[in-house]
Design a protein. Structure first.
Lengths: 36, 574
C-alpha cells in the first residue's frame, strides 16, 4: 500500500472518533434500555 | 474432557507449531527474523497487535469481571482509539522512518546510551517476569478446573510457543497470531451461542438483559467523577489514554508488531484496526460473562467456583459448617431463581420495578452466603485475598467462573474449542513477548554493549538462542509464580509503575528540544519512584491505578526538564 495523502488519513481518524462515539452511545443506550 | 475435546486441543497445538515452524525459511537475516524485512500486510499486523494484547488472563478474567461486576470494565478501553490516532500521527511514522529495531534505540539517538539502556533493562525485567505470569495464570486455572498436572500445563503452553518463536521469528509470531485470533473469536461466538440456547424456555435475550440490568450488570458507561472508582468514563478516557499510549507506543512487544508493516500507512492502519474493533470485542467478551451470570440465575452454580479451597475446607474440622452453608446456599439460590423468573416475565411499569426489587433482595441472600463461605475459606486456609470482592464475588473466584462454565456446561467439542481459545490467547501474547525480549536483548544490550562488531549470521544465531533462553526463563518463572498469588500482583504492579514514566521519556524526547540525556534519565527514575509512592501511600492507595500513568508522565516531564535546564551543556534536540 503506498503512503496515503494526509487528507485521506485525516478522514480515517475522523471515522475512528465517530465510530467510538457511536459504540459508547450504543453501550449507553443498552444500559438505559435494560435498567430496571 | 472427552476424547473429542482432547483431539481439538491437540490439533490446535500441532497446527500452531507446524504453522510457526514453516515460517523459518524467510528468516535468514536479523532484519527478517525480528522485523520480517518490514514486509507484512496491515491486516495481519493489526490482528497480531490485538492478539498480543489479548492474553489468556484477559479472556478468562474479563468474562469473570462480566459475571461479577458487569460491563463497567469496558470503560478501561475508552482511551484506546484516541491513543491510536495520536500514535499514528507521532511515533509510528517516527519509528518507521528512523529504521529502528527497538523503541529504545531511538532514545540513544535523541539522548544518550544510559537512557536507552535503563529503558531497555526496565522493559526486559518487567516483560521477562510478566511473560512467566502470562503462562502461570491460565496454567493454574486450567490445572485446577481440569485436574491437570500444573508443571505439564505450564510446559504445554510455554514450550510449543518458545519453539516456533525461536525457529520462525516474527513471521511465525504474526501468522500464528492471525490464526489464534480466529480461534479466540470462534470460541467466543460458540460460547455466546451456547449461552443464548441455554436460556430457560420463555426467556429470550431481551428478558435476560432486563434481569442483568436489574442486577446492575449493564452499567457500561459511568460518568461519576470519583478517582477511587477504578472504571469510569473519565478514568478510562484519560487514564486509559495514557496507559494505551505507553503500551502501544513504548512497549517493545507492541512497537515491534507495527515495525514489521510494509509502509508507514500500513503500520498506522494496523493500529487503527484496534481502534475500530477493540471496544466492541471487549464488550462481547464482557457480555459473555454477563450471560454466564444470567445462566447461573436459572441453573445452580457452585457456592465457590475455585474448588481447591472448597475441597480444603471439606477436609478440615470445619467441613460441617461448610456443608450447612451449602444447604443454605441452595435454598437462597432457589429463592433467587424464582425471583429472576418473575422479573423476566414481569410487564413493563410498576410490576417490573417491584419484581426487580424482590430479585435484588433475593440476590443479596445469595451474596451474603457466598461472603460467609469466603470468610470461612480465609479462616481455614489463611488466604487473605478472600477478604476482597470484585462486584459481589470473592476476588479469587472471579477467574474460575468462565472455565468452570466451559468444562461443566458446554457440549463436547466446544469444551475443546474453548480450551484451545484459552491456549491461543496465552500463546499469542507469550510469542510476541519472547520475540520482543530477544530483540531488545540482542539489539540494545548484546550488539550495543557486548559484541558490537560481529556478522549478521552471528547475531541471528544469538537472536534464536536469546528467544529460546527467554522461553525457558518464562517457564521457570511460571513454575514459581504459580504457587505465589501475591508474586503475580507484584509483577503486574511493577509493570504499571514503569509504563507512564517511560511514556514521559518519549514525550520529553519528542516535544521538548531542550531536554537532555541526564534529564531524561533522572526523570525516568523520579517518575517510577513517584508512581510507586502514589500506589503505596495510605492517602492515595485507593485511587484507581489508571491515574498512575498520567502522574508518571507529568513527573518525568517536570523533573526531566528541571534537570535538563541545570545540565544544559549536554547534547539536546537531536
Amino acid at each position: 500500500m503506498p503512503d496515503e495523502t494526509e487528507s485521506s488519513m485525516t478522514r480515517t481518524y475522523v471515522l475512528v472518533v465517530v465510530i467510538e462515539i457511536a459504540v459508547i452511545a450504543a453501550l449507553w443506550f443498552m444500559k438505559v434500555t435494560f435498567s430496571v | 474432557m472427552r476424547a473429542l475435546d482432547w483431539l481439538v486441543v491437540v490439533v490446535y497445538l500441532v497446527w500452531m507449531v507446524y504453522d510457526g515452524l514453516r515460517r523459518s525459511k524467510d528468516t535468514s537475516e536479523v532484519e527478517g527474523y525480528f522485523l520480517a524485512n518490514r514486509s507484512l500486510p496491515w491486516w495481519a499486523v493489526g490482528l497480531s497487535v490485538m492478539a498480543t494484547q489479548l492474553s489468556a488472563i484477559t479472556l478468562v478474567g474479563t468474562t469473570g469481571q462480566g459475571y461479577a461486576d458487569g460491563m463497567r470494565f469496558v470503560q478501561f478501553y475508552f482511551g484506546l482509539p484516541v491513543a491510536m490516532i495520536i500514535l499514528s500521527l507521532t511515533l509510528v511514522p517516527f519509528f518507521y522512518r528512523a529504521k529502528v529495531f527497538t523503541a529504545y534505540e531511538y532514545l540513544e539517538r535523541r539522548f544518550d546510551l544510559k537512557t536507552r539502556t535503563l529503558a531497555s533493562v526496565l522493559f526486559l525485567c518487567s516483560r521477562g517476569l510478566s511473560c512467566g505470569v502470562i503462562i502461570a495464570a491460565p496454567a493454574v486455572i486450567l490445572s485446577i478446573i481440569l485436574g491437570w498436572n500444573l508443571t505439564l500445563t505450564i510446559l504445554a503452553i510455554g514450550l510449543p510457543t518458545a519453539v516456533y518463536t525461536m525457529v520462525g521469528g516474527v513471521q511465525a509470531v504474526t501468522w500464528t497470531d492471525v490464526k489464534q485470533m480466529a480461534v479466540i473469536v470462534g470460541g467466543l461466538i460458540a460460547a455466546l451461542g451456547a449461552l443464548v440456547i441455554g436460556l430457560p424456555d420463555g426467556i429470550g435475550m431481551s428478558e435476560a438483559l432486563h434481569v442483568a440490568g436489574a442486577a446492575g450488570r449493564l452499567n457500561s458507561v459511568d460518568f461519576q467523577v470519583d478517582p477511587r472508582q477504578t472504571y469510569t468514563f473519565w478514568s478510562g478516557l484519560l487514564g486509559g489514554l495514557f496507559l494505551m499510549l505507553s503500551y502501544f507506543g513504548c512497549d517493545q512487544s507492541q512497537v515491534q508488531r507495527y515495525l514489521t508493516a510494509r509502509s508507514v500507512d500500513e503500520g498506522r492502519h494496523s493500529l487503527l484496526m484496534s481502534a475500530y474493533y477493540k471496544i466492541p470485542l471487549q464488550a462481547v467478551v464482557l457480555l459473555t460473562g454477563v450471560l454466564v451470570f444470567v445462566f447461573y440465575l436459572f441453573n445452580e452454580p457452585p457456592m465457590l467456583f475455585n474448588r481447591v479451597h472448597a475441597d480444603a475446607i471439606e477436609r478440615s474440622t470445619r467441613a460441617g459448617e461448610f456443608r450447612a452453608l451449602e444447604v443454605e446456599f441452595n435454598r437462597a439460590f432457589e429463592a433467587r431463581r424464582e425471583a429472576a423468573t418473575v422479573l423476566a416475565h414481569a410487564p413493563e411499569g410498576s410490576a417490573r420495578a417491584g419484581a426487580a426489587e424482590a430479585f435484588r433482595e433475593a440476590s443479596s441472600g445469595v451474596v451474603s452466603i457466598r461472603s460467609r463461605a469466603a470468610s470461612l475459606v480465609r479462616e481455614v486456609t489463611g488466604d487473605e485475598r478472600y477478604r476482597d470482592k470484585t462486584g459481589d464475588t470473592p476476588v479469587p473466584d472471579v477467574n474460575y467462573v468462565f472455565p468452570h462454565f466451559v468444562v461443566t456446561r458446554l457440549p463436547v467439542g466446544l469444551v475443546g474449542l474453548m480450551i484451545a481459545a484459552i491456549f491461543a490467547a496465552a500463546m499469542s501474547s507469550i510469542a510476541a513477548e519472547l520475540n520482543s525480549l530477544a530483540t531488545s536483548t540482542v539489539i540494545d544490550i548484546y550488539k550495543r554493549l557486548v559484541r558490537p562488531a560481529e556478522t549478521d549470521a552471528h547475531y541471528l544465531v544469538v537472536s534464536k538462542l536469546a528467544t529460546g533462553l527467554w522461553g525457558i526463563f518464562a517457564c521457570v518463572v511460571a513454575t514459581f509464580a504459580a504457587g505465589l498469588g501475591s508474586l503475580i500482583e507484584v509483577v503486574n504492579r511493577f509493570g504499571s509503575f514503569f509504563y507512564g514514566s517511560l511514556l514521559g521519556v518519549f514525550v520529553l524526547a519528542l516535544a521538548f528540544r531542550r531536554a537532555t540525556g541526564t534529564g531524561a534519565f533522572v526523570g525516568l527514575g523520579a517518575g517510577i519512584a513517584a508512581v510507586a509512592l502514589f500506589a503505596f501511600h495510605p492517602a492515595t492507595k485507593g485511587i484507581s491505578f489508571l491515574w498512575q500513568n498520567p502522574l508518571g508522565v507529568i513527573v518525568v516531564v517536570i523533573v526531566g526538564m528541571g534537570v535538563s535546564l541545570m545540565t544544559r551543556g549536554e547534547r539536546s534536540g537531536a
